[in-house]
Design a protein around this ligand. Structure first.
Ligand SMILES: [Zn+2]
Length: 396
């Protein structure tokens, strides 16, 4: 038996406050027909307050299904605008919304799906200053963020407030989901105590993702949120669901509450902390850290072919260099970058790369801060170089 978190207990006042009118009885008839839901369950959904952090790839399907299901109040936190590159997966938004705020686009779409749902927008980035205040009035949080700082922030907020955190994450063709912070269940820090150092994080800055993968995971998150509200079935509390769409294998692994966990175990974490912002929104704008721009593999190949004098630096480890490297590059492993910086000709065009682009972004940032004028990070690292320029090179 897995852990349960139920909010279906209904008082007479609740019952009156969330009474369903005739249109609602029709709209939700396929729910009400289910004996496990019935009118009482539908009223519980109507009373429920769910906070979605992020109106992106995961938040899109989650918001659509929660609104359609009749969750009475949906809070949406997002600070971003709709970009053309979002539409491959962020199905809450459409072409007409490009350039506008994601919250406006989301509110309009949700209102069309279900005008009975109250949408509470928060046009802001979730931070240690505002998270407790924003999340305080909600029954559960659905985490649709794509970066570690916010993921830890959401986790700690959920633990401090004692409300469940329905977690989801995606990477390329894979996804994960769980329910953290449910009564008696583990939290995200029980699994991953501290955020990894930013330069080791494979983040949204470099990851492609198959558009339907966040669709699957966000829909699973919505399913878990609805089960929690209704007190139905076995939730993913105490389990981590791993989805691999390439093999189409879904596995769950048992995860345990760690008594030493600083959030939910020892309770050392008594207030929220902000972690270094590493990858805020996935857009090219955020990706370019100060003074660093991205270069596409094909652009770099052209510039090499034209015979331009480029300083191409491979910041990987020697064993990776031996597997294969870009012609004309030289090896300076990430750890040796600070020593190399004084020797670099800061007037030259400097291009850095690693395996997938995160370590080299970190290095590029250091080089730019040291005064180099024209610093580029190779988008997607050597992995994309192999895919798009030289498939004959060995992959690893
Ligand atoms: Zn924990």
């Amino acid at each position: 038996m897995y852990l349960q978190y139920t909010m279906a207990g209904e008082t007479e006042t609740d019952r009156q406050d969330s009474a369903l009118d005739r249109d609602e009885l029709v709209r939700y008839s396929r729910h009400i027909l289910l004996p496990q839901v019935g009118e009482g369950g539908q009223r519980a959904l109507k009373r429920a307050r769910v906070l979605l952090v992020g109106a992106g790839g995961l938040g899109s399907p989650a918001a659509l299904y929660l609104a359609a299901a009749g969750v009475g109040t949906i809070g949406l936190v997002d600070f971003d605008t709709v970009d053309l590159s979002n539409l491959q997966r962020q199905i809450l938004h459409g072409s007409a919304g490009i350039g506008g705020s994601k919250l406006d686009s989301a509110r309009e779409r949700l209102r069309d799906i279900n005008p009975g749902v109250h949408v509470e927008p928060y046009q802001t980035r979730l931070s240690s200053d505002n998270a407790l205040e924003i999340a305080g009035g909600y029954d559960l949080i659905l985490d649709g963020t794509d970066n570690f700082p916010t993921r830890y922030l959401v986790n700690d907020t959920s633990v401090l407030l004692g409300i469940p955190n329905v977690h989801g994450s995606v990477y390329r063709f894979e996804g994960q989901a769980s329910v953290f912070g449910a009564a008696g269940g583990p939290c995200y820090r029980c699994l991953f105590r501290e955020p990894p150092p930013p330069h080791l994080v494979p983040s949204c800055a470099e990851g492609g993702v198959l558009g339907v993968v966040p669709g699957l995971v966000g829909t699973i998150q919505a399913t878990e949120a609805i089960k929690i509200i209704l007190g139905l079935g076995d939730t993913l509390a105490g389990r981590l669901l791993l989805i691999d769409t390439m093999s189409m294998v879904f596995r769950t692994i048992a995860i345990r509450k760690d008594p030493e966990c600083p959030a939910c175990g020892t309770r050392e974490i008594t207030e929220l902390i902000d972690y270094e912002e590493f990858c805020s929104g996935g857009g090219a704008r955020e990706r370019g850290m100060a003074g660093v721009s991205e270069i596409e593999p094909a652009q770099l190949a052209q510039r090499i072919a034209r015979g331009e004098q480029l300083e191409i630096i491979d910041v990987r480890e020697p064993y990776e260099w031996q597997i294969g490297h870009i012609p004309g590059a030289r090896l300076v492993p990430l750890g040796a970058i600070p020593d190399e910086i004084p020797r670099l000709d800061k007037k030259r065009t400097i291009i850095l790369y690693c395996k997938v682009g995160a370590r080299s972004l970190h290095a590029a940032h250091q080089v730019a801060q040291a005064g180099a004028a024209d610093v580029h990070n190779l988008a997607g690292g050597i992995v994309r170089w192999i895919d798009e320029v030289d498939p004959s090179m060995a992959r690893y």
